[in-house]
Design a protein around this ligand. Structure first.
Ligand code: WT7
Length: 629
């Protein structure tokens, strides 16, 4: 960053009822953080000791920058902790998973049932020749079998690489090839808004000339069942039914790979982020317990797809390692109507709800009459992830959904970090617009390009200064790219986000550093301008890009989706400019505003400014197969 910039930080603070903190797993945030800082290894060791290991570790951490080994020489299997532990420890008949289909179908699995399904499918995979260390690609809709497949891989030590079922064949092919997948597990089709989404057809295209692929496992959920033609295609349930029912968990080393997950592609080509067994298990278990405050009678609904890191960590491995009850739903938020999700919360007494700001803003657009039709009083904790939760969306989430009684955990983290890194611990004062402070166990800071901390109120780069258990270990086939994360700013892990800290150490995420605009020598986070625009009553969503300007470096162009009931006009443009000026100051004023009906987004809902910019400037878009308007 050429120059630091000042950010106005004053705003409201919300304090949860004292009982929240009293009854929470985390207890007093500051005391807990102090405890960690004093004895970091002992802190992580205490958490790891809550889980079951086949053999204990020699050392908690072996760190040779930028390479970390956590819980060295320890032996474990994550599925032992997600399944066996509960089946033999009093949760045998507890509901592990509730699944809701797009068409209103319902399936419920107890821990015992899930355990049996996973063991059978694990044996099915073995019968196809899958061995420890092999890579298996999972390309499925949001069905229970998707999670069963993930756990079955982990059971036998196969490395899963889940590709979100919304990706196209190019994206799938490049991932299958990069990961050298031996098996692809898919389904005939997914369901979205009452319509079939053909998945098998996409796999057929993707595996042409993918020499690593030996078998394709197909879940046939539609009737009449789709025909399987070639001998490399096998039926999901058939390989289960012919398999033995018992499958002992493979003994894995703490540092053996657990999965590869490709990042969504907001920047350049997809990177295969590699996570390992021991550290990832400890990190996701810990944050599910202490950041979501998961208790035995909770029902946790994370609206992400298991194909994203959010789903890996907070649908599958975190909650199940805690013995929690998860709810998953194939449904779209506004199908058949914008009350769909609120109806689910009422029906199943969901207590922990985790979603993305983009969804919250969409619901704001539909109006509060939708959530107000349902009884949402079961809700206890609300979570947000994926992009900054702007103060207006926070307020709406807090009052309309949480009825001013649920703490909001705005969790900042990444595919690479595996677990939450920043948030406001439940029970602590909440500041709209701020993700919060580092999770105890994480050392985070906002620094300049030399790695020096910047004063409160000054923007800088968000870095993580010390290793943590669930950090990625490498980028598959590209260790050089891995090292860059730890060698760009001092010796710190650079997240690629811009942030600002306040006097209390709360961190506000301003946006990606690669989306920073430099206007007349000032750095402006596009997310900042977007947040300002979205705070105007007429704006549902906003995307801001920098356009090269001979005088100012960048000039700001904003693309706006209006809320229902507002009409595009020149008068409204002037109002918005004035609004941004009042919020952020004259340097942040958009020189151009365009009203649009949709914005290009990644499947995870992040606005692709790179694509908007390329379109605007008439540049080649490259591969945009992973986009959704
Ligand atoms: C990037 C990581 C981690 C799960 C979902 C996305 C942005 C994530 C927040 C948040 C502001 C956030 C960051 C980060 N991000 N959470 N709470 N506030 N920004 O995972 O695709 O790996 O993206 O998402 O820019 O670097 P991902």
């Amino acid at each position: 960053m050429s120059e630091n910039f000042e950010v106005k930080l004053d705003g409201k603070t919300y304090l949860p009822d004292p009982s929240v903190k009293e009854n929470s797993w985390i207890g007093d945030y500051e005391q807990t953080y102090e405890k960690f800082l004093k004895y970091p290894s002992a802190y992580w060791e205490m958490i790891a000791d809550e889980l079951e290991w086949f053999q204990r570790w020699d050392t908690v951490l072996q760190w040779e920058h930028p390479y970390a080994k956590w819980f060295t020489n320890a032996k474990l299997n994550i599925t032992h902790n997600c399944l066996d532990r509960h089946v033999f420890d009093g949760r045998r008949n507890k509901v592990a998973m509730i699944w809701l289909g797009d068409n209103g179908e319902e399936m419920i699995f107890t821990y015992r049932q899930l355990y049996r399904e996973v063991m059978r499918f694990a044996n099915g995979l073995k019968s196809l020749g899958v061995e420890k260390g092999d890579t298996v690609c999972i390309y499925m809709p949001l069905v229970p079998e998707q999670i069963i497949a993930m756990l079955a891989c982990a059971r036998i030590g196969a490395v899963h690489t889940v590709v979100f079922g919304g990706f196209g064949s190019n994206a799938l092919r490049s991932r299958i090839r990069d990961a050298q997948a031996k098996i692809v597990i898919t389904a005939d089709a997914g369901m979205r808004r009452g319509k079939r989404v053909e998945l098998k057809a996409i796999v057929d295209e993707a595996v042409v000339n993918s020499s690593s692929v030996e078998k394709i496992v197909v879940l046939r959920r539609m009737s009449p069942p789709m025909e399987l033609y070639s001998e490399i295609e096998v039926d999901f349930h058939e390989i289960m039914e012919s398999a033995e029912s018992e499958c002992e968990a493979e003994v894995m080393d703490s540092e053996d790979p657990l999965f590869i997950l490709y990042t969504s592609g907001t920047t350049g080509p997809a990177k295969g982020i590699v996570h390992t067994c021991g550290g990832y298990m400890v990190g996701t278990y810990y944050t599910t317990k202490c950041m979501f405050d998961l208790k035995d009678n909770d029902v946790m609904w994370c609206t992400a797809d298991p194909g994203w890191i959010t789903g890996h960590s907070y649908i599958v491995y975190g909650p199940l390692s805690m013995g929690g009850t998860i709810l998953i739903s194939e449904s779209t938020p506004d199908y058949p109507d914008p009350g769909a999700w609120w109806r689910i919360i009422e029906e199943f007494d969901v207590t922990i709800f985790y979603t993305a700001p983009t969804a919250i803003r969409m619901f704001m657009k539909f109006g509060e009459e939708w959530p107000n039709r349902y009884n949402l009083s079961s809700l206890r904790i609300l979570g947000s992830v994926g992009e900054p939760l702007n103060p207006e969306a926070f307020e709406w989430y807090y009052s309309v959904i949480g009825k001013e009684k649920c703490p909001i955990v705005d969790t900042w983290w990444q595919t690479e970090t595996g677990m939450h890194m920043l948030t406001t611990a439940v029970g602590e004062p909440m500041k709209p617009g701020f993700a919060g402070r580092p999770v105890p166990g994480v050392v985070a800071d906002v620094v300049d390009e030399d790695g020096e901390p910047v004063p409160p109120g000054t923007g800088g780069f968000l870095v993580i200064k010390e290793p943590w258990p669930s950090m990625m270990r490498t980028v598959h086939q590209n260790d050089e790219r891995y090292r860059q994360y730890w060698n760009t700013i001092g010796n710190y892990y650079t997240a690629g986000d811009l942030a600002v800290k306040d006097e209390d150490g709360y961190i506000m995420i301003l946006g990606r550093s690669d989306d920073v605009l430099i206007v007349a020598g000032h750095n402006i986070g596009s997310a900042e301008v977007e947040s300002a625009l979205v705070s105007h009553e007429s704006v549902a969503e906003a995307a801001v890009i920098g356009k090269p300007d001979p005088l100012k470096g960048d000039s700001i162009k904003a693309f706006i989706i209006l809320r229902v009931g507002f009409k595009a006009s020149d008068k409204l443009k002037l109002d918005l400019v004035y609004h941004v000026r009042m919020n952020l100051g004259p340097i942040a004023i958009p020189s151009e505003i365009e009203f649009v009906d949709s914005l290009p987004k990644t499947r995870s809902g992040k606005i692709m400014r790179r694509v908007i910019k390329a379109r605007e400037l008439g540049l080649d878009l490259g591969d945009v197969s992973t986009l959704e308007e």
